[in-house]
Write a protein that binds this ligand. Structure first.
Ligand code: HEC
Length: 160
């Protein structure tokens, strides 16, 4: 938000300067102010003003709002839920599991990029834990909504 306010200030400043210049510099501007409207705005002036607003405000605004945190693998973007799932995964799962999308390189548990588990399988692993001789995964690391968010995140990004 601060960034947008900052940008808007400079856009307004830029627009002001351009309009003053187009109306004949500071002197023309003074004439305009003293005698009222000297002439109607030309279509060209509107076009320039429009272009400034477009490139100066809208483009940076789009860049600012599509913030880096939302970047997923392969240039995809993650929804708010998937971002939440990623942060949960990073907290409790990344120590044991490898998952490229999280930069996780754990070697205790299954490589999730290779397994690419469904939501159901991950939910089941979280709920019951795993101990089939390949190391141990404790049960109930997450429950309910959080378990679901993690499972959906893994299903969305594993193997991509
Ligand atoms: C302490 C280490 C550890 C943590 C923490 C851990 N896991 Fe595991 N996980 C394992 C191990 C070890 C296995 C494989 C066990 C086996 O096959 O015997 C496993 C298996 C799995 C599997 C595959 C299940 C299957 O049936 O093949 C999934 C999916 C999984 N984990 C997801 C997660 C998620 C999601 C989290 C975070 C909530 C997590 N794990 C946290 C150690 C861990």
């Amino acid at each position: 938000m601060a960034a947008i306010a900052f940008l808007s200030f400079f856009i307004a400043l830029g627009l002001g300067v351009v309009l003053v210049a187009m109306r004949g510099g500071p002197r023309g501007m003074r004439d305009t102010l003293e005698r009222g409207r000297r002439r109607p705005l030309h279509a060209g002036e509107f076009a320039v003003a429009g272009a400034i607003v477009l490139f100066g405000l809208i483009v940076p605004a789009v860049v600012v709002t599509s913030d880096q945190a939302a970047a997923g693998p392969g240039g995809t973007t993650l929804s708010a839920d998937l971002q939440e799932g990623r942060s949960l995964f990073n907290q409790k799962c990344a120590t044991c599991h490898a998952l490229d999308a999280s930069g996780a390189v754990g070697r205790v548990g299954t490589d999730l990029d290779v397994l690419a588990p469904t939501v159901g399988l991950t939910l089941n692993a979280i709920e019951e834990g795993r101990a089939r001789g390949q190391g141990q995964m404790p049960a109930d690391l997450y429950e309910g909504e959080e378990a679901k968010l993690v499972a959906q995140y893994v299903a969305a990004v594993a193997g991509r």
